[in-house]
Design a protein around this ligand. Structure first.
Ligand code: BEZ
Length: 233
């Protein structure tokens, strides 16, 4: 089972958008690789539609989407067509799923990524999310059970927080969103502990020697991590 910090296991697979070679095809991009339990099921339908509605927003942060289930390609294609033709959800309708959805009938990829959790279901993937960075390293893993649809604001927040951490060499506190103070994690990365404690470092504040924050405006964050300028703050 791959862990945070591991290289994303490599595979080739057929998808609704043609064959992919993962993660090689996505070098230089962030990717959200996610699994869903089954085609033609309602929670999964809401998730695929929500991902589709946010695809452009993720692209703004250089992030591509790749879905997977253990269903076959013809099932995927029929389901995606049904979603487009018939399903409305929370104001979304006529939704085209333009990101690739992997067929994994053999469960080879799902098993490689630890997406099958027999205690939950031995014939379906759980709702797994792997955030993979531009070097092909797994940076975050989130799992949800079959009954629970994912929180998509959180997925976008995770991407932005990881990119902010990389760009500014900081960490992000509980529930952080762009515009809120970040955490100076590595002593010496921005002045000594003493300099910080005495308030000598610009825009920093320390609660104690181990707990220092730094102001970073939403504009500073967004202009550092966005690759295009068409998503709202
Ligand atoms: C659903 O997506 O609705 C679902 C899929 C598998 C098991 C339970 C629910």
């Amino acid at each position: 089972m791959p862990r945070i910090g591991d290289p994303a296991p490599a595979f080739t697979a057929p998808t609704t958008q043609g064959e992919i070679n993962f993660p090689a095809d996505y070098q230089g991009k962030w990717v959200i690789l996610f699994s869903h339990p089954a085609d033609f099921t309602p929670v999964c339908t809401t998730e695929l539609m929500t991902f589709a509605s946010m695809q452009q927003q993720f692209a703004t942060y250089n992030t591509e989407l790749v879905g997977l289930s253990v269903d076959g390609l013809y099932s995927h294609i029929a389901w995606l067509r049904t979603i487009k033709d018939k399903i409305a959800f929370r104001g979304l309708k006529d939704v085209e799923i333009a990101y690739p959805v992997i067929e994994d009938v053999s469960m080879e990829v799902a098993k490689k990524y630890g997406m099958i959790m027999p205690g939950e279901d031995s014939t379906k993937a759980v709702r797994a999310v792997f955030v993979v960075d531009p070097q092909g390293t797994i940076r975050a893993i989130i799992y949800y059970p079959l009954s629970l649809g994912r929180n998509f604001d959180e997925l976008l927040r995770v991407v932005k927080a990881l990119q902010t951490a990389d760009h500014f060499g900081v960490a992000t506190p509980a529930d952080w969103r762009p515009g809120e103070p970040v955490i100076l994690s590595a002593p010496g990365s921005a002045g000594t502990a003493e300099e910080r404690m005495r308030g000598r470092m610009d825009k920093t504040h320390c609660e104690d020697w181990f707990f220092c924050t730094k102001e970073l405006t939403a504009e500073e964050v967004e202009s550092a991590i966005r690759t295009t300028s068409d998503a709202g703050l």
